[in-house]
Design a protein around this ligand. Structure first.
Ligand SMILES: [Ca+2]
Ligand SMILES: [Ca+2]
Length: 123
């Protein structure tokens, strides 16, 4: 499932703003964020760059940085961040799974099928 998130940051004094994703410190230094999304530096449009799997990652927290092109003579570049929380909506893309591939049960041939008809429970 692919998502496109649209948003816009405005700055009346600095028309040239560049957008980037801020790498997040996940476990082991990788959150998979860089593999999952990209941002267009000019438009700020965030797009998926690979298939998302809710069973693997349900929520992404994307931190976007906007940096203006301020000149050193004008105080240098300025930047700010916002957070985009992406919830991956579940799709029914997995088959139900049994805990076992084969169940073996033994039933006496004289089982009282009327009073005790249960022979196995699968799950
Ligand atoms: Ca899935
Ligand atoms: Ca699913």
């Amino acid at each position: 499932m692919y998502f496109i998130v649209l948003y816009k940051m405005t700055c009346s004094f600095c028309p040239q703003v560049e957008y980037s994703l801020v790498p997040q410190d996940g476990s082991g230094g990788s959150s998979g964020l860089e593999d999952a999304f990209r941002i267009d530096p000019k438009s700020g449009v965030i797009t998926t760059r690979s298939a998302l799997d809710r069973e693997q990652v349900e929520v992404y927290t994307v931190v976007v940085m906007a940096t203006d092109q301020g000149l050193p003579s004008a105080g240098g570049q300025r930047s700010s961040t916002c957070t985009v929380v992406v919830h991956v909506i579940d799709d029914n893309d997995n088959y139900p799974q049994f805990t076992e591939r084969t169940y073996t049960v033994q039933v006496p041939e004289d089982v009282n099928w009327n009073k005790n008809p249960v022979i196995a429970a699968v799950k």
